[in-house]
Design a protein around this ligand. Structure first.
Ligand SMILES: Cc1ncc(COP(=O)(O)O)c(C=O)c1O
Length: 444
């Protein structure tokens, strides 16, 4: 039932005054937690509270502020962020350079008219062309990774006139209908079947399986528009393919005249020690998708970038078929421009490599001490994973780390592989702190 005008104003006013406090009192902090525990089951979903694996027994933690490699709860207790928003916080929380650009932009213009020329979209697209490999040149800006992949899939069909896609088992490309069709995890797909037709999933890291799938489809009169793949599977459990994988896919796509779509939404912008994970093996895709860290950890923005020969020939088709009200808006674009500047200026990929190597060596030393609990520690740069013997062990580790004020990431509904994706600004002292905590949790 609709509330009265007075009640709506009282409630929204109360929330605005909490948001306006520079420093919450202990009572305000407690009130926010209590409000949240009431609001989520009633107005969002209780499932969110239940699914927070790392602190299932400690649900009274609501995040309220953040900076650098840490976030704080409503009582000001600090947590080291080793989950990093699954890739969002490469530059850390509220990097000053990004905040400065966004604040300036906010005071001038936030969104755009939809009709006139919005210059920041052009500037950002030019910068994307400057940082991406080969002849990737034309960008299409959206709000989330899944939308970038939607356009990538649509463009592959438009540009080739062909139909099928090859994607990979355990691959993750988002949860809208098209991207979900490419996603290779039954858990996310089953409730929505039937999805978009024309997707075949093959084992990840196996180029011969891609070739065989294309051969079978072509033999039976079908056509293949593209192959969509992550350079390292994130959500799938930090799965790193052989170095020969992406070059082989490049060659297969060229031979079969279909497009190679590399989803760098989680791996991109420097996290894995090179600007893009596909740079590691020097492969240029036909379409690359970016998201998460693309907005500098401050604004939500994602992007699809492609070559003139695929995009340019469409005249005004892709824009009309793919326009997005908020995609590439000035405020988000300002964040992405500052993010690119910062990543290049500070050589974030090199820092990610150096800190990632140190972190991973520490995890591997621990793995060798507890091989009966941890099967493997693997990763590249600041995208790492600890694989445990079973889900329960991973869950217990995540939980005990959280008790020590360290947040790590399980994969949704499965903690067998715990992901570690900290900001580049994590200090060596903080890395040592995390390593000691992992060791203590395994001792327990
Ligand atoms: C590789 C990859 N692609 C696509 C997505 C979807 O991005 P979004 O959640 O912004 O739609 C994700 C998100 O985790 C991802 O990791």
């Amino acid at each position: 039932m609709r509330a009265t005008r007075e009640d709506i104003l009282a409630e929204s006013g109360r929330i605005l005054s909490l948001m306006a406090s520079d420093q919450l009192t202990a009572a305000q902090g407690e009130r926010i937690v209590q409000d949240s525990l009431e609001n989520f089951p009633l107005y969002v979903t209780e499932a969110i509270l239940k699914s927070r694996k790392s602190y299932a027994d400690q649900v009274g933690v609501a995040e309220w502020s953040d900076e650098g490699a840490v976030f704080r709860d409503t009582q000001g207790v600090e947590y080291i962020d080793c989950l990093g928003g699954y890739g969002v916080y490469l530059l850390g929380h509220r990097h000053p350079r990004v905040i400065q650009a966004v604040e300036k932009q906010l005071h001038r213009q936030a969104l755009h008219s939809q009709e006139l020329i919005d210059p920041l979209r052009g500037y950002l697209s030019k910068l994307v062309a400057m940082i991406t490999p080969g002849d990737l040149q034309h960008s299409y800006m959206v709000n989330a990774g899944t939308e970038a992949n939607e356009m990538a899939l649509k463009l592959a069909r438009l540009a080739t006139g062909k139909k099928w896609f090859i994607s990979t088992e355990k691959g993750f490309h988002g949860k809208t209908m098209g991207s979900l069709s490419a996603t290779g995890k039954g858990l996310y797909r089953t409730p929505y079947l039937p999805l978009v037709p024309g997707f075949q999933h093959v084992p990840y890291g196996d180029a011969a399986a891609v070739e065989e799938a294309i051969r079978q489809l072509e033999l039976t009169g079908e056509t293949v528009a593209g192959v969509i793949v992550e350079p390292i599977q994130g959500e799938g459990g930090v799965n790193i393919p052989p170095d020969s994988y992406l070059p082989a896919l490049r060659e297969i796509c060229d031979r079969h005249e279909c497009l190679l779509i590399i989803d760098e939404i989680q791996t991109g912008m420097g996290r894995t020690g090179t600007l893009f994970a596909s740079d590691y093996v020097g492969v240029t895709p036909d379409i690359m998708t970016l998201g998460k860290a693309f907005g500098g950890g401050v604004m939500p923005i994602a992007c699809m970038v492609t070559k003139t020969k695929w995009w340019g020939q469409m005249e005004d088709n892709p824009f009309i078929l793919g326009s997005s009200t908020f995609g590439g808006n000035p405020l988000c674009a300002s964040a992405a421009i500052a993010a690119i500047h910062t990543i290049v200026e500070e050589d974030v990929p090199a820092i990610a490599k150096e800190k990632g190597d140190y972190f991973l060596q520490g995890l591997q030393r621990i793995q060798q001490t507890y091989p009966e609990l941890m099967v493997e520690a693997r990763g590249r740069g600041l995208l790492m994973g600890m694989e445990f013997r079973n889900h329960e062990t991973g869950y217990q580790v995540a939980k005990s780390l959280f008790a020590e004020r360290i947040l790590v990431g399980g994969t949704l509904n499965n903690a067998q592989v715990i992901r570690i994706e900290p900001p580049y600004s994590i200090s060596y002292g903080q890395i040592d702190q995390v390593l000691s905590a992992v060791e203590r949790s395994l001792q327990k």
